[in-house]
Write a protein that binds this ligand. Structure first.
Ligand code: SF4
Length: 443
């Protein structure tokens, strides 16, 4: 019998939710004594965790599967694209097994079949917070899977199903373990964070001797007990989002909301099957700012949705002027295979979509730049992500990893900063995305 552990290669594609799935599978593989290896040559089998969100992600996933088959030959496919097995089999008939997102047990059974485990789980050591693909000081915390909405441009509900929330004590225990393992920032992710717990009827559970509801507000209260940064992503604009703003003002969770508004024309929002009361949205944004003046608002928009007129697009530009959002991502509408919106009439021509996208980004970049410039002269609490020569690369409370800007600390090395450390930084300059500053030294 070989003394070597069986070896698995792993390719992880897709969004933070898929990343969490990858972390769970990798943790289980490690628990069962598999080695995770970085090359196709060394691997006895390769797992590819795919994404199927937009056409380019499907193509990327199919390419990754093809490469793994060419280089290794034994390939297990999982993740969002796994919901469309016929497409995978048509391109790559040789894959060993296909499963959908979050189907950890199917992945493990497929691995067992090709490569039986060889070890005793009681003596192999894995940290109790599991294996993470993010740096040691921040981690994604997945609170639910699936979505009860049916936005007409989105196929996630058909791939991942209706909302299934994890019980709040389970989530808080995982958060606690991550913090024990050195995590300083928790990034709460789901398809729809504000719907958290609806499917459980807000079931009450106990954590640290206190009752908490499985609900966004109670989750934030619990996370606030952990003394690290907690950041809320993918918050659907429901009215009860208002409930967490006071917790942001109290410093329980970061004053940061990633809240996709998608559009500002009531008619387009209706076609998108999204909440359409734009005046109320603007009022609420003002109210949030009066309660938590430092709140950072990040949002996402789609331009060139089918039927969008020039006047409706201009409504969107006016909304940007009024809302003064800090960070904005935008996409030109692109039809996703299987999305209801594809059946809508009056598709916007590609060149018009691109022209609108450019105008949209121009308008917003002026706003984002001015928002950043207003921070020059302030002191911002930052979390150090990396040391790069003399610089420390950090993020303020306003910056989520990967998607927002950074704070470049010019004297980071001299100040002896370390990755994963919090530090107060005096902001001395800004550009369209980033801030520049120094750690003030006391004379
Ligand atoms: S809320 Fe998000 S995940 Fe749910 S259907 Fe809409 S876009 Fe898709």
């Amino acid at each position: 019998m070989s003394l070597q552990n069986p070896k698995v290669g792993f390719v992880s594609l897709g969004c933070p939710k898929a990343l969490v799935d990858s972390e769970r599978i990798l943790t289980q593989l490690k628990v069962e004594g598999y080695d995770i290896v970085p090359t196709y040559d060394d691997a006895d089998v390769v797992v590819v965790n795919t994404c199927g969100f937009i056409d380019s992600a499907v193509a990327e996933s199919l390419d990754a599967i093809g490469e793994a088959i060419a280089e290794n030959g034994k390939v297990i496919v999982t993740g969002c694209l796994g919901k469309r097995p016929e497409e995978i089999r048509a391109a790559h008939p040789g894959v060993l097994s296909i499963s959908g997102p979050q189907d950890y047990s199917s992945v493990m059974s497929a691995v067992h079949e090709v490569l039986p485990p060889k070890h005793d789980p009681f003596i192999d050591l894995v940290p109790d917070y599991g294996l993470k693909l993010t740096p040691k000081h921040y981690a994604y915390l997945k609170i639910s899977e699936g979505c009860n909405h049916r936005c007409s441009f989105c196929i996630i509900p058909s791939m991942r199903g209706d909302l299934v929330s994890r019980p709040v004590d389970d989530v808080l225990r995982e958060a606690e373990r991550l913090v024990r393992g050195g995590v300083k920032e928790l990034l709460v992710v789901s398809q729809d964070t504000s719907a958290y717990g609806v499917d459980t009827k807000y079931a009450e559970r106990e954590w640290r001797g206190k009752a908490y509801q499985t609900r966004m507000k109670a989750l934030c209260e619990g996370l606030g007990e952990l003394g690290v940064w907690s950041r809320l992503h993918y918050v659907y604009p429901y009215p009860h989002v208002d409930d967490v703003i006071p917790l942001m003002a109290e410093g329980k969770v970061l004053p940061y909301l990633d809240i996709p508004f998608q559009h500002a024309s009531p008619r387009i929002l209706k076609l998108m099957k999204r909440p359409g009361a734009v005046d109320k949205t603007l009022e609420r944004i003002q109210r949030w700012r009066s309660i938590a003046p430092d709140i950072t608002l990040r949002s996402t928009f789609i331009v060139g949705f089918p039927g969008e007129t020039e006047a409706e697009f201009e409504e969107l530009l006016d909304f940007l002027d009024e809302a003064q959002l800090d960070r904005v991502g935008a996409f030109a509408y692109s039809p996703v295979d299987g999305a209801a919106a594809n059946a809508l009439p009056d598709a916007v021509p590609e060149e018009v979509k691109q022209e609108r996208l450019a105008r949209f980004m121009d308008r917003q970049s002026e706003i984002s730049e001015a928002k950043l410039a207003a921070k020059v002269g302030t002191i911002q609490r930052c979390l150090v992500d990396a040391i790069d020569g003399d610089l420390a690369i950090a993020r303020s409370m306003a910056d989520a990893p990967e998607i927002d800007g950074v704070v470049q600390i010019q004297n980071g090395f001299e100040a002896g900063l370390k990755v994963g450390e919090f530090v107060d930084v005096e902001i001395m300059g800004s550009d369209e995305h980033d801030l520049y500053g120094e750690v003030p030294f006391n004379d």
